[in-house]
Design a protein. Structure first.
Length: 146
């Protein structure tokens, strides 16, 4: 089952770019991506709890690994943190970091759309990134009837 629409992948890339701009971390894209996962996790854990967040991250990571092989070195810990993400990402090219981070975030967002719906997912994302331009965003997850 494919949860990640092109619109969800675009949203993931936008959120990573907003976080990179917001954080201004000198460590680069890897640290900004780690910050994005922590920020979304903070907001999401209020809704589904740490165990729910952990389960979603484990599934999203498994689904993203075929798109970015370096994610195989990343593990989701019991506290729903991504062990080895920053360290492994820093060993990759900027392009590989961007692709892997976007793949993982897109898979997580796709799972959220599947389980809690597009409207609640966007509300959650807006809470984490209020400065992101998300007005009238359609994630393409809703099928239309003919």
């Amino acid at each position: 089952m494919e949860q990640v629409t092109p619109a969800i992948r675009d949203l993931a890339r936008l959120l990573l770019a907003v976080e990179a701009h917001r954080s201004g971390h000198p460590e680069g894209e890897a640290h900004a991506a780690q910050s994005a996962f922590e920020l979304l996790g903070l907001h999401l854990s209020k809704l589904v709890g740490v165990a729910g967040l952990q389960a979603l991250l484990v599934r999203a990571l498994a689904m993203a690994k075929p798109e970015a092989s370096w994610l195989a070195a990343v593990r989701v810990q019991g506290d729903a943190t991504l062990e080895g993400f920053s360290e492994t990402a820093q060993q990759q090219s900027a392009e590989a970091i961007a692709e892997g981070s976007a793949a993982l975030l897109a898979q997580l967002l796709g799972l959220l759309v599947t389980f809690i719906g597009e409207a609640l997912t966007l509300r959650l994302v807006r809470g984490a990134w209020p400065e992101a331009q998300l007005e009238d965003r359609n994630l393409g997850a809703e099928e239309t009837s003919a």
